[in-house]
Design a protein around this ligand. Sequence first.
Ligand code: MF3
Ligand code: CO
Length: 261
Amino acid sequence: MAIPIKNKEGIARMRESCAIAATVLHRLKSAVQPGITTFDLDDLARKYIEEYGAKSACYGYPSHSRGVRPYPAYSCISVNDEVVHGIGSFKRILRDGDIVTLDICVWYNGYVGDNAFTVPVGVVSPAIAKLLRVTEEARAVGIAQARVGNRIGDISEAVQNFIEPHGYGIVRDMVGHGVGVSMHEEPQIPNFVDRKKSRTDLIKPGMTLAIEPMINLGAWRTKTAADGWTIITADGSPSAHFEHTVLTTESGPEILTIPRQ
Ligand code: MF3
Ligand code: CO
């Protein structure tokens, strides 16, 4: 399967959906504070998404695992050792020193915008603060490789080379992805070099790519929690996640998930 190339109209629509996704994400960040529940955050996400006339692209997303219900929340809210796909719960109260990953993907006019970041709740330990800084920088390092003439694997390799000296675990079960008329399009964008796919696709203008390193303070292994959705680190260590949707152009990568004022 070839990587979809967006035409002018598709790119214009991607700009809209990504701007909405980013604006919702940044508004949600302002609500993060000790004492708020992850249900409250998800409920705010739902309201903000509705305000822009958009739809959550997570809600109702089918599971690949048998017997697991479709994704029941409007955003993904993942705390501490939760890597991705955390489901907001009124039982989960954020505490000082936690970290929380907010992941917002929206449909608007037939196109999906996808972005995420991990933020501290109150004051976090220096080791965790560094994990967040480094993971955000890894995203920038990956995005910088999203240039015409490079291969998708150049993104993966750059992220891996940047992260490994820190001794962090690079999540392998979850990868970045093309995004557009559906949330997950070709190609897959691992944050490590996948030796089984020695030759990855060439990057051309008009691709829209979700670049999203997921990095653990401990080892890379993850498992699925009892709810069938939430991915958690196997060793219980905290995990960080930063994601942008990026457009490839002749003049370099352009981040589309920038909030509107
Ligand atoms: N935003 C997530 C991603 O980057 C998608 C999770 S939506 C869910 O792929 F429905 F699968 F939870
Ligand atoms: Co994504």
